[in-house]
Every structure is written in structure tokens, then in C-alpha cells.
Design a protein around this ligand. Structure first.
Ligand code: SF4
Length: 261
């Protein structure tokens, strides 16, 4: 018997990232008639339009089947405010910035070492709410980690990993979503990932596709990067990718395009 069916009296909170694994989890929980009291989704404010449509479609289904809506959590100011406007208060940080000629506000581009966005826009928001639900409602927390990613599971008696219990892999999760008509408007056919379109940690190949398939987002990315470079200079805060600004990537992709025509 799974942990999920043993605890009928507890509150059941599902985390939804919007990606294939958590979507498959939610779809299967609905189909299997498992209890769901809330579905938590953190909106970074930098999602692909296709992802926004996907969340709206899931929300419709959830409302039809269970009469509840997805609970969307958002940072009060969002990605751009954190990137350009958040005031810095720590004395050591202010002194370091003054020495480097960097303004006393804004976090600049996130990087592998300082990935401020994931915490502030996703994990802290979800974790805070989950901790509250666990404490106040003795909630079970359902997390969509696939069987081939089981090493990411945490040993917490209030966490449930049904995809691991059901031995559903990432590839199977995607097929489950497709077979139920959830295809993200083709997003996974183009990209390997479906998180923030502006992510500087994505591969150059993904950025090349962004320029081709989402030119309006590519233009926004160029604007963000121009603003970051003007404000923070050539240091890590103003650097989109090591050795690559978005302008330079634009030149590279345009050159590549000219060579293949
Ligand atoms: S996808 Fe990239 S930009 Fe978005 S929160 Fe994650 S690391 Fe940050």
C-alpha cells in the first residue's frame, strides 16, 4: 500500500512546476481518484507563453474534476525587480559594490554560483507554504520526481514521491502528458527544458532555438542584457554567459544563419 492511500485524514498538497514530471503526477492523481486539497505552483514571471497556457489548461481540468484551482505563488516584485532594483542592505555587500563601482541595488544576471532566482522565485515560496501546511494541517506533500531521478528524493515522512513508487521514468511521464492531450503547445518538441525563457544557465543551442522560435522573447532578452551590461558593467552581474553577451550571440547566430543559406 502506498503512503498516499494510508493517510486519508491528512491534507494533500501537490507541488506543480509545470514540467512533464509534476504534470504527469497531477494527471495520474486525478485519474486514480487520489485526494488533492491544493496544488502549488510558483510563477517566476518569466515563463514561456505556452507554459502559461499549459497551467491554465491544467487549472481548468483541476477545477472540473475537483472544484479547486491551482494556488499560484509569486514573489511580490518578480524577476526584473530582483535583477535590477532590489536594494542591498548588508554593509559588506555595499562596501564591495562601492569599490567595484556597482550600484547598491539589483542582483544582476543569475549565475551557476549565485543562482538567486531559483530560491527567491520558486523554492522559498513553495517551501514556506509547504512547511506551513505540514505544520498546521499535517499535510502530505506530493512531489513529481521521476523514477530515474529518485536520488533527488528527500527522506521526509511527509513527502510522497508517487512517480518513483509507480516506477515512471521521465520519458514515460512525458508520454503520459501527451497521451492526455497536454503537449505544452509543442514546447518540449523544440526545447529540452521548459523553465524561464531568459535563463542564462541554458545551453547555447537552446538560446539559438529561442531566437528562431520565440523572436519576441529573444528581443526582450537582448533588452534585458543591454540594460544589465549598462548598469553592472563587464563583471559577473552584467555578464549573461561567460564570454557571451546576448548581442554577441545574436551576431553569432546571424552569421551561422547566413552560412547555411
Ligand atoms: S530557470 Fe534559470 S532563470 Fe529561471 S529560476 Fe531557474 S535558474 Fe533562474
Amino acid at each position: 500500500m502506498t503512503k498516499t492511500s494510508e493517510n486519508r485524514n491528512e491534507y494533500h498538497a501537490v507541488s506543480l512546476s509545470g514540467g512533464k514530471d509534476s504534470t504527469a503526477l497531477l494527471l495520474l492523481m486525478l485519474e486514480k481518484g487520489m485526494p488533492i486539497d491544493c496544488v502549488l505552483y510558483a510563477d517566476t514571471t518569466m515563463e514561456f507563453p505556452e507554459m502559461e497556457a499549459h497551467i491554465a489548461k491544467l487549472d481548468n481540468l483541476l477545477c472540473q474534476k475537483r472544484g479547486i484551482h491551482i494556488t499560484t505563488l509569486r514573489h511580490p516584485h518578480g524577476f526584473e525587480w530582483l535583477m535590477f532594483d532590489e536594494p542591498k542592505v548588508k554593509q559588506s555587500c555595499l562596501e564591495r559594490r562601492a569599490k567595484l563601482g556597482v550600484p547598491p541595488y539589483g542582483n544582476g544576471w543569475p549565475g551557476a554560483k549565485v543562482r538567486w532566482c531559483t530560491g527567491q522565485l520558486k523554492t522559498h515560496l513553495i517551501q514556506k507554504e509547504v512547511n506551513r501546511l505540514k505544520k498546521e494541517k499535517n499535510a502530505l506533500h506530493y512531489i513529481g520526481i521521476a523514477a530515474d531521478e529518485a536520488h533527488r528524493c528527500k527522506d521526509d515522512p511527509q513527502n510522497c514521491y508517487p512517480l518513483v513508487e509507480w516506477k515512471i521514468t521521465e520519458a514515460q511521464a512525458l508520454q503520459i502528458c501527451y497521451s492526455r492531450g497536454f503537449d505544452w503547445g509543442g514546447l518540449y518538441e523544440i526545447y529540452h527544458r521548459a523553465s524561464c525563457w531568459c535563463c542564462p544557465l541554458q545551453r547555447i543551442d537552446e538560446l539559438r532555438k529561442l531566437r528562431t522560435y520565440h523572436p519576441e522573447l529573444w528581443t526582450r532578452l537582448r533588452d534585458l542584457d543591454n540594460r544589465a551590461r549598462a548598469m553592472f558593467g563587464p563583471g559577473p552581474l552584467g555578464q549573461f554567459k561567460k564570454d557571451w553577451s546576448v548581442e554577441r550571440l545574436e551576431e553569432r547566430f546571424a552569421r551561422e544563419g547566413a552560412q547555411t543559406t
